[in-house]
Design a protein around this ligand. Structure first.
Ligand code: 13P
Ligand code: ZN
Length: 271
């Protein structure tokens, strides 16, 4: 059996959480990541028949039965994952009943997966239904995106449009736009269901006055989506109080989307 501490998926989670912490997006225990792994690959590092303990997940994730995930722990700090991955991360399989997580590794101090597991697993199911290659769901509290939530209308079209205007490449990176939810109680099945509903349409979902969710094929791709939104939000906040002299026009955004061949939300432009 290979050494789990050297597994690429553990290494990547360590690097990603450290990077996000350093960006200031994941204060204290803020943020969580889930990544659906390849069973064959995990089998090189862990005996998949050795279940450490079972943990109820509080809802039914039928489409994910038998799937294996690496997920950050609840109450755990992104800054600590690098030095102690076995306490701050866990790897589990969704049991045959669809309602239980079978822990295969991690949560060493008796802990468990993020309190946002409903939003994560429900989003995985939603994204997989429209993109079978989706593997990652990421939640974080990026500073400028959050700041923008307080001074900008929480309207999908308007929020997306304002961000698209802030960086030339935004419409190319997230042509599908951003879904927006109002403030809701976090950690619940309800916010999970609302997020998943948006995830059928968007790879990015803002949780009003809380943070953002992203989904993608890899950690890198998902991070890149959120990073691009955050950069645009930073420019928005840095310029919001200043007179606007120049702007990227809607006709120019259309030109960009067409040149790069992306399928963009035409109804989010005013043409
Ligand atoms: P967890 O510590 O349970 O992952 O929660 C952090 C968070 O960001 C809640 O939305
Ligand atoms: Zn959060």
């Amino acid at each position: 059996m290979k050494d789990i501490f050297k597994a690429p998926f553990v290494e990547e989670m360590k690097k990603m959480t450290a990077n996000m912490y350093r960006l200031g997006w994941d204060e204290r225990n803020g943020g969580n990541i889930s990544w659906m792994l390849d069973e064959e690959e995990v089998g090189e590092y862990l005996d998949l028949s050795q279940v450490i303990r079972t943990i109820p997940i509080g809802f039914e994730a039928k489409e994910l039965i038998g799937k294996i995930f690496i997920v950050t722990g609840t109450g755990k700090y992104f800054k600590n994952v690098m030095d102690d991955p076995e306490t701050n991360l866990g790897i589990f399989k969704i049991a045959a009943d669809g309602c239980t997580a079978e822990l295969l590794w991690g949560y060493k101090d008796g802990g468990k997966f993020t309190s946002e597991l409903p939003a994560h697993l429900m989003s995985h199911m939603a994204r997989l239904s429209v993109d079978p290659e989706n593997r990652v769901v990421m939640h974080t509290h990026p500073t400028y995106t959050l700041a923008m939530n307080y001074v900008h209308e929480l309207d999908e079209k308007k929020f997306t449009h304002s961000l698209w205007e802030m960086c030339t490449e935004c419409i190319v990176v997230f042509p599908d736009g951003i879904g927006v939810l109002p403030w809701m109680l976090c950690g619940t099945n309800s916010i999970g269901e609302a997020t998943a509903e948006k995830m059928k349409e968007f790879r990015l979902v803002v949780w009003g006055m809380h943070g953002i969710y992203g989904a993608g094929k890899s950690l890198d791709e998902t991070f890149g989506l959120i990073e691009t939104v955050e950069k645009a939000a930073q420019i928005y906040i840095l310029t919001a109080h200043l007179p606007r002299v120049n702007t990227i026009k809607d006709s120019e955004m259309k030109e960009l989307a067409e040149y790069f061949g992306v399928n963009y939300r035409k109804d989010f432009l005013n043409l």
